[in-house]
Design a protein around this ligand. Structure first.
Ligand code: CA2
Length: 186
């Protein structure tokens, strides 16, 4: 890279879940991995600025990073034989596309839309077209914060909402997904 060139900036940050151990160590073939079965995959979506978790405003959002939260969700999902695919973006359109691409490829969506929660009708419409459980997740309780956070455009198309439990919410959201899938609810 030249001195004056700006650094390359990826439009979409994909934070993968924990790596599966190598197949030769587990005796499992790649096709046995939950990642190969759409019914065993949960899409975890993180909206704008959530990649800053742990670096700013720890008094509001805690000290854990987004990677910590994804790891917590991935471990919880593994207990149920499921895998987590994680996408974080600061761009509304990238999140909308991730929801489109999830159709038929994953069984459920857990979404912390960040501030898009409060105004993204595009995300609302994309989630409405997803045929499976959608769990809306927030670290804080938006209803207890500033008035502009009190309304969520995502809630009307979510199967349920988990809010106010900090990082623990990531495990709770996975458990909610498993409960909904087992009950055939969405
Ligand atoms: O409580 C939540 O999880 C929120 O979805 C977080 C959003 C906020 O706009 C929603 O009202 C509630 C904000 C995510 C941005 O997180 C930051 C983390 C560190 C520094 C700055 C922002």
């Amino acid at each position: 890279m030249g001195r004056d060139e700006p650094p390359a900036r990826p439009e979409l940050t994909v934070v993968p879940g924990l790596q599966e151990p190598a197949p030769e160590r587990t005796g499992r073939r790649p096709e046995d991995s939950p990642e190969a079965d759409p019914d065993a995959i949960i899409l975890l979506l993180s909206g704008p600025n959530l990649n800053l978790l742990g670096q700013r405003q720890p008094e509001i959002y805690g000290r854990d990073t987004l990677v910590d939260h994804v790891a917590r969700a991935t471990l919880a999902a593994a207990e149920y034989g499921m895998a987590v695919r994680h996408v974080q973006s600061d761009y509304e359109g990238a999140l909308v596309e991730a929801v489109h691409e999830a159709r038929g490829q994953v069984s459920a969506i857990v979404v912390n839309p960040g501030a898009l929660t409060h105004y993204s009708w595009a995300l609302h419409d994309a989630l409405a077209a997803f045929d499976g459980p959608v769990v809306e997740l927030h670290l804080t309780s938006p209803g207890r914060r500033e008035a502009w956070r009190h309304y969520s455009v995502v809630t009307p198309v979510a199967t349920g909402v988990i809010a106010g439990f900090g990082g623990e919410g990531y495990r709770l959201a996975i458990e909610a997904v498993v409960t909904l899938l087992r009950a055939g609810r969405h």
